[in-house]
Design a protein around this ligand. Structure first.
Ligand code: ADP
Ligand code: MG
Length: 389
């Protein structure tokens, strides 16, 4: 995927002003009427129209005139707003190579002025579903208030909040540095995802350490929910770091036991297959004890509690969690039916260039019924804010 950050250099202040105007308009429009963009951006002498043309040429916007003349941000446009903000805040100054394409994220190396390399994760919730998965489209049809920009932003906020809270409690996670829109910046972890590692010195020790983290998470009221060889990084000293937190749930979740057992099972399965560790077979004995050494969810003391306070400190609320969870669970229903679908779809999307053009999925017109304010109010309020700033 191309993230041509050079474009950033050539974009003027006015370009960003108009791009921001489109973003603001998207609060209550899937396609923002051109006339509204002009009113929010407030450039002299019809300058908005010229700028719009330039942004369109650089694929930061998508033009739509099917119902009325208007624009929406593309993923690229949204990326640039986040990147620009990060650069302005002095978080990093250059974007480097892409190091990961997940099902719902793109990962890049970024560099600070002093040469320190960090990691930038851009969340793309719903990308895989776009056009390809009918079931999810059906789901979304019934929950039209969901907006992809909003969901990706929520996922990023959640990831940032959890990383920070886990770090404060001594878990081996990357250092959470900054969050903006759908973008999280964190420290670069040295090492390799466990999935790429063919041999280690002390598989038993590593296995125990990893399993210990799953238990410790539960003691803190949390389940990772995607705890597998892709989300564990191991370095040359065989020290492990866990990553990827947007799907974590509380131990009070109604499916907590299942998620916990699934995480544990992933670790057992991987170490058995890859490093030939042997475990006593699970036995269905009467008292249900864990003969094979699997930690037993119900026996874990979870009194350390959910990290609510720490999460709230980053601005992540219970309501945010509920909204995100609804979306994630709708995905899982689909995943159960087709385990590898995600990976294939990303490949498919690449072939058809859908990933490349960074288009944001279109939502249906009725989404606009959730508009909180009308255009006049929005334009007035934004201009007032701008004058104050
Ligand atoms: P996804 O949600 O798409 O799976 P991840 O957070 O798991 O995204 O990241 C995808 C890949 O990018 C990881 O498997 C890992 O190889 C790499 N990666 C992510 N974060 C870091 C990091 N902080 N340091 C080093 N590599 C990372
Ligand atoms: Mg991952």
């Amino acid at each position: 995927m191309k993230l041509d950050v050079d474009v950033l250099r050539y974009l003027s202040k006015d370009d960003f002003r108009v791009l921001t105007a489109v973003e603001m308009g998207m609060r209550n429009h899937e396609i923002v009427p051109t006339e509204l963009i002009d009113r929010i951006a407030h450039l002299k002498h019809g300058g908005t129209y010229k700028v719009l043309k330039n942004l369109l040429k650089n694929k930061l916007l998508h033009h739509d005139s099917s119902k009325y003349d208007g624009f929406r941000l593309t993923y690229l446009g949204y990326d640039f707003l986040a990147i620009k903000t990060m650069v302005n805040r002095g978080v990093f100054e250059a974007v480097g190579r892409q190091i990961g394409v997940g099902k719902e994220s793109d990962i890049f190396e970024v560099a600070r002025e002093d040469g320190t390399v960090l990691v930038m994760k851009l969340h793309r919730l719903g990308r895989v579903s776009f056009r390809a998965v009918k079931s999810k489209r059906d789901y979304l049809r019934h929950r039209s208030s969901y907006n992809w920009l909003y969901l990706s932003r929520l996922a990023a906020l959640k990831e940032f909040a959890f990383m920070k809270a886990l770090q404060e409690h001594g878990f081996p996670v990357p250092n959470a540095i900054e969050w903006n829109r759908h973008c999280v910046v964190m420290s670069l972890v040295q090492g390799y995802p466990l999935v790429q590692v063919k041999q280690i010195q002390n598989p038993e020790v590593v296995f125990e350490t990893i399993l210990g983290q799953v238990v410790r998470l539960a003691e803190h009221g949390l389940i990772h929910c995607d705890f597998n060889e892709f989300n564990i990084i191991i370095d040359d000293d065989e020290k492990i770091t866990m990553i990827d937190f947007p799907q974590m749930v509380s131990v009070s979740h109604r499916n907590a036991q299942m998620y916990f057992d699934r995480d544990v099972e992933c670790i057992f399965k991987f170490f058995r297959k890859r490093f030939n560790l042997t475990f006593q077979e699970s036995t269905d004995d009467v008292d249900g004890s864990d003969e094979d050494g699997r930690p037993c969810f119900s026996e874990i003391d979870k009194s350390t509690g959910f990290l609510d306070k720490e999460l709230a400190a980053s601005g992540f609320t219970r309501k945010d969690e509920d909204e995100l969870q609804k979306f994630i669970e709708s995905n899982e229903e689909k995943d159960i039916n087709s385990e590898d679908e995600g990976v294939e779809l990303v490949e498919d999307l690449k072939k058809t260039n859908i990933v490349d053009d960074y288009s944001l999925p279109l939502e249906k017109e009725e989404d606009n019924q959730n508009a909180v304010e009308n255009d006049d109010e929005l334009a007035k309020r934004l201009n007032k804010q701008r004058r104050r700033a």
